[in-house]
Design a protein. Structure first.
Lengths: 170, 130, 170, 130
């Protein structure tokens, strides 16, 4: 992690963490507290925390195959103006790893009617966030870009893509 | 910058990384068992909930009540654990009842459309009579 | 921030953040949630959160002179065994900046009997943490290393130094 | 990697970065004013508490009650704000009373040894009669 000058790419916070379940609560509390300050309701913050938790669980379990030595990066960007006193219009969270790559089209949850343990995480992420983009990173690992707008009930409201890679980058 | 764990420790994987924090109260009545987990249920604590559910089911109670009034948070690993327990319970004629859910926890059951699949009631009193 | 392989120096989580007060809550919630999972009591977690908040406030106000463009790094290390299933014996948090350097001996709070607004942060940090080390970083900026042991009431219990630089590094 | 803010915006400094989130209820009685801040009081929200305290003091009430029952967290910037208000209140013969403190908030007053300096009571009822 270099400590040199920062590029003006909109990221205001960036967490680097080991792929260990005991750190899930720290990561989701970080995102929830930032979302709260950006203007999300308590309820929306709870849902965002859940989506982040599910995304990180998937990286830990499927990406790193439960290896506790994997590294995960989580970056947070306020949407709609980066000035500290500008009202944000939403939040963008990007989760990156160095784990195995998978075709984004293959990342989907089970049919909800087929009740069995598991298979809910990706569905939850799509329900909560307005935009969900899985991509292979250029070198290795995956990137998941998540966006949610403030004052949006989180219902399906036209994210840039809901299945697979979108190539859409802000 | 980040610390890797030695290979021998890492090989034990995540199983050993779970649950050293979660306290689960067990209340054994004549025909029912009430489990009350204390704390957040996520990937790091759900294995402990799973142990506790399986152990309670082994006693073949006619009713297993999971009281979530001390559970401020649950992710899909917790929900998966409860789905597994429900399926096991059905096979052994045990009635599984969830109660005491906070809104935040209820919302994940709604998102997963499992709120109609589980028997969910307000509190342990209601759970005893359902 | 490089994403190359990680050095085994004990750090499990590392947050890079802009020096903006609206991100204080995210940083302290992150640390409090990690401390909880490492085995600290609810009360101890609250106190750790407060100490982290005070330290970050000081970097923002005194170090960066309220410039919202400063960068702050916060790293978290479990003490007493880095294996994910080993019971931790405590937590170490290191806060670094690129702000102006100050003689660590000059960093102290006001006399508590002289009641006036402000001048409490450094006192609070010392009360809560077992070890408090201010240092000038090699290049630029300051480094504050904080440690707290589990099952310790946070009372003055012999940190490596309580005034000024100690040169002591784990 | 991190985003810097343009110089013209940055020059406004942190003053403009504060408090857009905090809601503070103001209840004006005959001789007393009750302020109830909602939410965490830290460096980002204490300027708004300060505005609200100074504005209440300008009305010269005989008593100013700060009800902290909706304040789950306070750091030393909040404490500093209250110390300033107390000193201003003393000069204008207003009695400043704090009430409704959670243990977590009370502990910072204890650490700062200000628990004996402020008048701290349990709730607004006690604050009205003190
Ligand atoms: N980060 C990831 N890396 C690799 N595969 C993933 C990732 N996230 C999700 N998947 C795939 O998508 C499937 C659905 O994930 P999810 O809905 O979270 O259910 P579950 O994790 O319980 O299987 C997973 O079973 C896995 O095959
Ligand atoms: N990170 C820092 N950089 C520069 N000076 C600092 C830093 N932290 C503390 N100080 C100095 O120590 C003093 C005491 O700090 P503190 O006890 O937090 O009270 P306050 O911040 O209210 O002045 C400050 O006034 C400042 O001069």
């Amino acid at each position: 992690m270099s400590q040199s000058s920062a590029k003006p790419d909109g990221i205001h916070l960036r967490l680097e963490m080991l792929s260990q379940p005991r750190y899930l609560s720290g990561a989701r509390e970080l995102v929830a507290a930032v979302a709260k300050r950006l203007g999300f309701t308590e309820q929306a913050c709870g849902q965002i925390a859940l989506a982040i938790d599910e995304a990180l669980c998937n990286v830990m379990c499927h990406g790193y195959g439960r290896d506790p030595n994997g590294v995960i990066w989580l970056s947070i960007e306020p949407l709609g103006g980066h000035a500290p006193d500008n009202g944000a219009t939403g939040i963008k969270v990007v989760i990156e790893d160095e784990a195995k790559q998978i075709d984004p089209a293959k990342i989907k949850s089970r049919d909800l009617d087929d009740v069995r343990p598991g298979g809910l995480g990706v569905h939850i992420i799509h329900e909560v966030m307005d935009s969900v983009c899985f991509q292979k990173r250029e070198t290795k690992g995956m990137r998941l870009s998540l966006e949610k707008r403030i004052d949006d009930d989180g219902a399906d409201s036209g994210g840039c893509c809901t299945e697979g890679a979108c190539g859409h980058e802000r | 910058m980040m610390a890797r764990i030695p290979a021998d420790v890492a090989q034990r994987g995540l199983a050993g990384m779970s649950g050293e924090q979660m306290k689960i109260d067990v209340e054994q009545n004549e025909a029912s068992v009430v489990l009350t987990p204390h704390g957040e249920i996520d990937l790091s604590s759900s294995p402990e909930l799973r142990e506790s559910l399986l152990s309670a089911l082994r006693g073949n109670p006619s009713k297993l009540i999971v009281n979530l009034c001390k559970t401020p948070y649950m992710d899909s690993s917790g929900v998966a654990t409860l789905v597994e327990a429900m399926q096991k319970a059905m096979r052994s004629q045990t009635k599984l009842v969830l109660c005491g859910m906070e809104d935040k926890v209820r919302s994940i059951f709604e998102i997963a459309r499992l709120d109609a699949v589980f028997t969910i009631v307000d509190d342990t009193d209601a759970a005893q009579t359902v």
